[in-house]
Design a protein around this ligand. Structure first.
Ligand code: GDP
Length: 584
């Protein structure tokens, strides 16, 4: 390749086809393929490569890569669309995406209905809103997108799959009921996601209710509303009488403005699946939220672990549309299989690329699962100097134990390695706890409590570390060891192989050698051994000699005969099994 006098700067997207990258670099595709081969990547001219691979090859060929400009707002929390290089000038404001959280029966569904009925402009004739899992409302001419599945389980399930669909969380607290366990969960889930909260104190029409009491309870949960010197906006509403709804919408827009939510409508769409169902005649029906870019009929898609081509787009008013821009919820027809909610949707240039991206996606899914963290991982990362914050979820049998455990653990927090309590609560370990642990890479500590069956299954699947204790000291000890980099995986017994004793020989001074046949695995001179007789361990010790005929050997593998001596053991019988093992 020619040496470039002045290095050319490239902007590389999250995935790019080899010949397109070559074109961008103004080099022949062959040259680029050769460079990729030197980097250990075998590809053809029409294959898609990911950002890292492309960047490395381009750098090696003398190009500079322009730093990423994130298309997120200044506040933490908005959409994750930062995997793309984006020109700041192409970014335009987009509607906030709102999820309603709160305790059961506090009025989440009623609020969503009230907003839908009075603030969705049915501009088209017969424009009846249909439930597709999300809808867009309008206030003062400004759009707001609502996710129609209220509750923090759905919210965190999406995050656990790697997607954050929500910009703002509305926390509903019924004035008569006050802050309840799921209110606290919702607060913690929103905080863990870094999503700003707007509080709506609902059911203000009920006689004798006291909003001040709710505000005080919120303060106890470290959620400080403006009146209390914090920065959380709080509005009083009645979803039933539809009072205060405008105030709520107005304040959602205020928070949205502060967050400076932006997206680039002139790029291929990236989105997230909000809801997916199978229709007998139409096939998979998927409600997606476009996060950035514009989704069009005819686009090729990769969605979760499936792919397809957009046959039709239907908006939240049941109308067929040709395209959908950022923050628009839209029903998508044309996928091969049913994706899951929380799956990412990506538009790609061709069918072939969609197939290749799918392969890449599946790899990403694998790595995401292995992102789960155990306390032992924390210890080894701390040893390597790579760890800064330990996220914990604490569940205890009774409320009283939370404080004791939390304050003892808090003391272990240091400048270098902080402990963050993502969520604490009393009761069994639920699926929602496990999802939260997945989404925020947390370790769950269960004190005198057990997981619900579903949670146990999910934790195994997601490889979430749930640690059970019945003595506070042991929990503290483990976390302390982890933070000191000292915690090690419990020792595991690993069986190396089995040999069957077929003859017993005496060799001088009462030493006995077992003439044996290695049935499986291997026996080595450094093995620990158990002598088994009819499945019962009759002796445990170490190998003292290992011979193949007359020769000393280091190890014997399956299918060979050998003489085994075990230190301190002479009582071999034919038919005994010598089991070699070691601990890891
Ligand atoms: P969700 O479980 O949080 O979705 O709660 P719902 O929206 O289903 O509401 C639970 C109950 O509270 C229903 O019977 C509603 O009619 C009632 N409700 C909701 N909002 C209000 C309100 O502002 N005032 C009164 N009095 N009742 C309400």
């Amino acid at each position: 390749m020619t040496t470039k006098e002045s290095k050319k700067t490239l902007q590389i997207p999250s995935a790019i086809v080899v010949h397109q990258l070559a074109q961008m670099m103004d080099v022949s595709a062959i040259e680029l393929i050769k460079q990729l081969m030197r980097n250990g990547v075998m590809v053809t001219i029409n294959q898609a490569i990911d950002y890292d691979t492309a960047t490395r090859a381009a750098k090696d060929m003398g190009f500079e890569i322009k730093p990423l400009i994130e298309s997120r707002g200044k506040r933490p929390g908005p959409l994750i669309v930062a995997d793309e290089t984006e020109e700041a000038s192409q970014l335009v404001s987009r509607a906030p995406v709102v999820t309603i959280l709160g305790h059961v029966d506090h009025g989440k569904t009623t609020i969503l209905d009230a907003i839908r009925k009075s603030n969705v402009t049915a501009t088209e004739v017969g424009g009846i809103t249909q439930h597709i899992g999300a809808y867009q409302a309008e206030y003062n001419g400004q759009p707001i997108t609502f996710l129609d599945t209220p509750g923090h389980e759905a919210f965190t399930a999406m995050r656990a799959r790697g997607a954050q669909a929500t910009d703002i969380a509305v926390l509903v607290v019924a004035a008569d009921d006050g802050v309840m366990p799921q209110t606290i969960e919702a607060i913690n889930h929103a905080k863990a996601a870094g999503v700003p909260i707007v509080v709506a104190i609902n059911k203000m029409d009920k006689p004798g209710v006291d909003a001040e009491r709710v505000k005080r309870q919120l303060a106890e949960q470290s959620l400080l509303i403006e009146e209390w010197g914090g920065d959380v906006i709080c509005v009083s509403i009645s979803a039933k009488e539809k009072t205060g709804i405008d105030d709520l919408l107005e304040n959602i827009l205020v928070v949205s403005e502060v967050a400076e939510l932006k997206a680039n409508p002139s790029r291929p769409a990236i989105g997230v699946v909000v809801e997916a169902r199978l229709d007998k005649s139409k096939g998979p029906l998927v409600t997606a939220l476009v996060q950035t870019g514009t989704l069009r009929v005819g686009d090729y898609l990769v969605v979760g672990d499936t792919r397809g081509r957009v046959k039709a787009l239907i908006n939240d008013k049941g109308r067929r549309i040709k395209q959908a821009g950022p923050s628009t919820p839209v029903e998508v027809l044309g996928l091969e299989r049913l994706p899951a909610s929380g799956d990412t949707l990506t538009v790609v240039p061709s069918e072939q690329i969609s197939r290749e991206m799918l392969t890449q996606r599946l790899k990403e899914v694998e790595t995401r699962v292995s992102r789960a963290l155990s306390l032992e991982d924390v210890a080894s990362q701390i040893q390597a100097g790579e760890f800064e914050e330990l996220n914990l979820i604490i569940k205890t049998d009774v409320h009283g134990s939370i404080d004791a455990l939390q304050s003892s653990l808090e003391r272990l927090s240091t400048e270098k390695t902080k402990i963050r309590f993502v969520h604490t609560g009393a009761g069994s370990i639920t699926e929602s706890d496990v999802l939260l642990a997945t989404a925020s890479r947390a370790v769950i500590i269960g004190f005198n409590t057990r997981p619900e069956p579903g949670a146990k299954h999910l934790a195994e699947q997601q490889r979430i570390d749930i640690r059970f204790y019945d003595i506070i000291y042991n929990a503290i000890d483990d976390v302390q060891k982890a933070l000191q980099g000292l915690l090690q995986r419990p020792l595991q017994d690993v069986v190396e192989g089995h040999a069957e004793v077929r003859a017993v020989f005496s060799v001088g001074k009462g030493t006995k050698i077992a003439g044996s046949y290695v049935k499986d695995g291997r026996i080595t001179r450094s093995s620990l051994v158990r002598v088994l007789r009819k499945g019962v361990v009759v002796f445990e010790g170490v190998v003292s000699s290992l011979k193949h005929f007359k020769d000393d050997v280091r190890e014997m593998t399956a299918g060979y005969e050998c003489g085994i001596g075990v230190q301190g053991f002479t009582n071999f019988q034919e038919g005994d099994i010598v089991e070699a093992h070691h601990t890891e």
